[in-house]
Design a protein around this ligand. Sequence first.
Ligand SMILES: C[S@@+](CC[C@H](N)C(=O)[O-])C[C@H]1O[C@@H](n2cnc3c(N)ncnc32)[C@H](O)[C@@H]1O
Length: 246
Amino acid sequence: MIKDIYSDPELYDSAHWWKTNDIDFITNSANKFGSPILELGAGTGRLALPILEMGHTYTGIESSPAFVKSTKNKLAQFGEKSTVLEGDMRSFDLDQTFQFIFIGFNSIFHLLTNEDVKSCFKCIHKHLTEEGTFLIDTFIPDPLFLYRDKQKYYVMEFDTSDGVHCIVSETNEYDNETQINHIQWYFNYEGKADPEVFKFDMHMIFPDTMDRLLMDAGLKIMEKYGDYEKTPLGPESQLQIHECKK
Ligand SMILES: C[S@@+](CC[C@H](N)C(=O)[O-])C[C@H]1O[C@@H](n2cnc3c(N)ncnc32)[C@H](O)[C@@H]1O
């Protein structure tokens, strides 16, 4: 059986233990732009936790019911300062505006058409205060990765909460018509003959398209960074980080 990668919050957290390089960047942005803060694709609260620990007021929208349940429990200690809602970043109406809205860790790539991305950006526009900031962080799609030979490649390794070592490998199939990369992850647990298989799709949004979609939604691009140290976006950049205002 092939599973959804966003169905098991505990496994997701164990597998992504290494993803810490964006935390200072996001918390510094939260401190600079201020509360209230809205995150779209909130996941398991990886970025919500340090933001709330700094005293901010945080709302997260997340589509996976299992992730929402687990994140609500994880953030319950912050009481009214934290709100986690099950919802879809393509269409939401919170009857509230935010000083800082962000989409971290490539989550926008789960919106599989430009129309979906545009409606998400329009919702963001509607939920920003007049002086508010929207920040979006994704990698820059790499054709060498998309068109590589069809075989399994190493992704990462981790220990499960039960202490079982797991090595993750992947295959991908890129459709250049739809610009969707179809990915399968194979979780190979020590002592188990067959891997557990997960699949997910990512819409490869290249920098020129990202700029156009942001501007089409009425968002003004104020800064474009190529990494978390705020190096200006350039030919060597691996990330595209946009800071926008209305
Ligand atoms: C790569 S994870 C990132 C999670 C979290 N932001 C982090 O940095 O750890 C992407 C998240 O986006 C969520 N997601 C995907 N499509 C969504 C949608 N249309 N609306 C809201 N959340 C969505 C997934 O369920 C998943 O939790």
